[in-house]
Design a protein. Structure first.
Length: 97
């Protein structure tokens, strides 16, 4: 994340986190950050990397969170073309070895 940050404090209804009896404030904060980050990711405000940083989790864990909450990946045609190009280069490189 950028070094320029804004600290926001707010209250959330307890029933948002009722799913677990022994949930701590630390776990509530972690869940709230993941939910906030996923919202910014879903609307395109944050990339996957920046959203996972905001959520304080790895990209893999953030992808798992998105999947478990049925949030689709932001993956457009340009990213697909870039990935296909990278795969083609890798295949050509592997065949030269």
């Amino acid at each position: 994340m950028s070094t320029d940050t804004i600290k926001i404090e707010f209250e959330l209804p307890q029933e948002l986190f009722i799913n677990s009896r022994n949930i701590t404030h630390t776990l509530i904060k972690a869940e709230a950050l993941k939910r906030l980050a996923s919202t910014f990711y879903a609307d395109g405000s944050l990339s996957l990397g920046k959203a996972s940083q905001l959520a304080n989790v790895s990209k893999r864990d953030f992808l798992d969170f998105l999947a478990s909450h049925n949030i689709p990946l932001n993956y457009d045609i340009h990213e697909l073309e870039k990935d296909l190009s990278t795969m083609k280069e890798f295949i050509v490189h592997e065949n030269c070895l």
